[in-house]
Design a binder for this molecule. Sequence first.
Ligand SMILES: Cc1ncc(COP(=O)(O)O)c(C=O)c1O
Length: 463
Amino acid sequence: MDGTFNENDISRVVETDRAHIWHHLSQHKPYETTDPRIIVEGKGMRVWDQKGKEHLDGVSGGVWTVNVGYGRESIANAVRDQLIKLNYFAGSAGSIPGSNFAEMLIDKMPGMTRVYYCNSGSEANEKGFKMVRQIAHKRYGGKKHKILYRDRDYHGTTITCLSAGGQDERNAQYGPFTDGFIRVPHCLEYRSFEQDGAPQENYGVWAADEIEKIILREGPDTVGGLCLEPVTAGGGVITPPDGYWDRVQEICKKYDILLHIDEVVCGVGRTGTWFGYQHYGIKPDLVTMAKGVASGYAAIACLVTTEEVFNMFKDDASDPMNYFRDISTFGGCTAGPTAGIENMRIIEDENLLENTTRMGAYMLDELHALSDRHKVIGQVRGKGLFLGAELVSDRDSREPVNEKLAQAVVADCMAQGVIIGMTNRSLPGKNNTLCFSPALIATKDDINQIITAVDGALGRVFS
Ligand SMILES: Cc1ncc(COP(=O)(O)O)c(C=O)c1O
């Protein structure tokens, strides 16, 4: 740290935090006897807390966000300059950075043409749901309004996003939920033995066919959209099985169902391609993105669509209701697209997609090597710098470890100055996957430091 904080300042911040801050996703009772953690500064891959302790951040700001690392002055400068020129005007008008960033984004997304700005992943997904609903009303008398979502996926925190949420611990106590959201089975092959009728072979095609069965059960004329993460994040870092996506797309085409891909975590480089769906030859109708779009330097989310979807909202200009009657006040902030432009330039100029692919493969190998040494690792999965290790108490039965043990591994790494994550209040009895998502600038030395910390932690916790 640069020493601008003295002991008195920081103890006051801690006390004020204790008195007034309601931390996200936190039980506050422990803060009565221990200090809440305050993160004071960040540089590159590292952050410093209120005690001046350095941490290697293996989770990009905790939730897959700071893709280009901390302390990027060029982003801060670009945002500063733009704020002085024009900070805001409502999104019914255009802006220079909004227009420029949309062009850059569309350039990376062949087949997509329109960018709708807003400010969180939840909001972007909710707008996607609204589009599907409005199309149902415009074209199908309101009938084709159901939206399918998948067990273990997460699309955000609002009541309607939770209605599309496949993580029962996140949803618990927040019902009743929005009508018309229908769950389809997950595609985690490692846990296929828990799914009735799952085959030993061609699991990916089977898992997709299960979606078709649900469409037929509900009636294809009632189903308007299917919302999926390309690689499931908080539900256990689930990479799709072979054959899955080809079949999913066939099914969507067959029943005229819009495919909404949630790239809130995978988007803008995390998996080594610009977007996660690009690994699997997917042609989406709607794509949502947030976290890594500006690496947390400004709040920005985007809903990107095809021209076909867009056209459905302008085909009858004589009808005063025939456009997307939606607004997002802060979708008009210019800081977001300005930071997005500079974030994308950094990824390109520093070849961070290539680094993500290389370092992701290296880290995956290192995690496999760890699993040779630690029987508690049941499976290692992931794509690029988006990796997970599922912990089990027995490799044959695949019984998940008690989540307190997974938490102990995370805490041990933290004590060593390495921040890793885990699936958290996600699935009952299955919060057992360690999560790794270092910034896309990670080096072999950084990854070695993470792996060494996890190695030591697993040895201590499961000795
Ligand atoms: C896949 C996915 N979609 C949507 C969201 C919601 O994003 P936000 O927290 O920006 O609303 C998240 C957040 O973790 C996510 O992981």
